[in-house]
Design a protein around this ligand. Structure first.
Ligand SMILES: CC(C)(COP(=O)(O)OP(=O)(O)OC[C@H]1O[C@@H](n2cnc3c(N)ncnc32)[C@H](O)[C@@H]1OP(=O)(O)O)[C@@H](O)C(=O)NCCC(=O)NCCS
Length: 151
């Protein structure tokens, strides 16, 4: 049998996916988005990884074609399916779509303890621009501000 992460599909998220997406969210983050935060994402770039009818991961990107900039808002993979390439597949597909949209730079924040997430982004060419030590939304937690510039 193939390992999880190779046999599923990546597709655009649809509103009926929300309960499963929010379950992955609940398992992955201590500060979780609520339904109202997820809903606008359906209008932008919101992909899910689905295997056997089950959503095991998702990525949400906010992109502005006028400014040619994008921000990765959320990437998460169900804890039982992590380490099998699902986030890498989601990231690769999202970045390909952003290239098609003629986006030039992609940014994101990573909380300092999240070494696995930081490695994921570095694998795709993201560089740390700076370490930010305070932010009103994050109650003074430090995070890396990372950026990828398309050639
Ligand atoms: C970060 C996260 C999305 C990675 O998902 P994943 O499907 O396990 O990632 P992948 O299997 O595609 O691995 C991608 C890369 O991440 C890194 N990585 C993954 N798990 C890791 C771990 N436990 N330790 C260190 N690096 C790790 C590796 O560089 C890996 O690439 P490689 O296998 O080619 O070396 C997942 O761990 C997650 O959902 N975490 C909780 C939510 C979160 O922190 N999201 C990011 C917010 S900034």
């Amino acid at each position: 049998m193939q390992p999880t992460g190779t046999q599923g599909v990546i597709r655009a998220a649809q509103p009926p996916d929300l309960p499963q997406v929010m379950e992955v969210e609940r398992l992955c983050f201590s500060r979780q988005w609520n339904e109202n935060q997820f809903r606008p994402a359906f209008q932008d770039l919101f992909l899910v990884y689905e295997e056997d009818g089950k959503i095991l991961g998702f990525i949400i990107v906010c992109s502005c074609e006028v400014a040619r900039r994008a921000v990765i808002m959320r990437v998460a993979v169900h804890p039982q399916a992590q380490g099998q390439g699902i986030a890498s597949r989601l990231m690769a597909q999202a970045l390909a779509i952003l290239r098609d949209r003629k986006i030039r730079t992609v940014e994101l924040d990573v909380e300092i303890p999240k070494i696995d997430a930081k490695r994921l982004y570095e694998k795709f060419g993201f560089k740390t621009l700076k370490i930010v030590h305070e932010d009103a939304d994050y109650e003074n937690e430090a995070f890396y501000l990372m950026q990828l510039r398309f050639a």
